[in-house]
Design a protein around this ligand. Sequence first.
Ligand SMILES: [Zn+2]
Length: 215
Amino acid sequence: MTSQPVLTDREPATTNVRPLHVPAPASRIDLAAAERAAADLLHALGIGTDTESLRGTPERMARAYAELFTPPAFDLTTFDNDEGYDELVLARDIPLRSVCEHHLLPFVGVAHVGYLPGARIVGLSKLARVVTHFASRPQVQERLTKQIAALLQSELAPKGVGVVIEAEHTCMSLRGVRAPGARTVTSALLGRLRTDPSSRAEFLYLARRRQGWSA
Ligand SMILES: [Zn+2]
């Protein structure tokens, strides 16, 4: 447990670069239809839209959800691990916002994403991009956690991948059981971070060390 994770965002200088372009999905968003549906929903809930303040609300709702459900495109550029770095690389407290697909209410928290490099490494900002990419759609936290781990596993072929997400679901804190502050924690561990007890312990120790969000 003595080694420290690399927390720089410098991309290594090397010649063998392999970019993976992760495109934004072809937009199937029909803003005008979403706006009409939002107005219908508000009216069905007994909320009129004839005041000055509410007149633009259906349009704002449509735009807000369209933004939440449009993942930005990005390049997941990986590099040869020329220097043979074989310790844990961890990006902790990556801000996360997504929308629960059961209630269409937001959940907000942080992701800790780490890997044990194999033949390839990746710029750390890309770990945050992967989180944002999969969070930008209706989600359940368990699936989101697994999708982030699976993409890194397939693109980096590392010796291990670990993802921990801690989030507060407003469908739990604002309604239903009304448990504000309750956080849901999910993890996905692959490779040596799953099977090797000391690697697993090191990852979980570093990922859970309280700092920053809701310390
Ligand atoms: Zn929910």
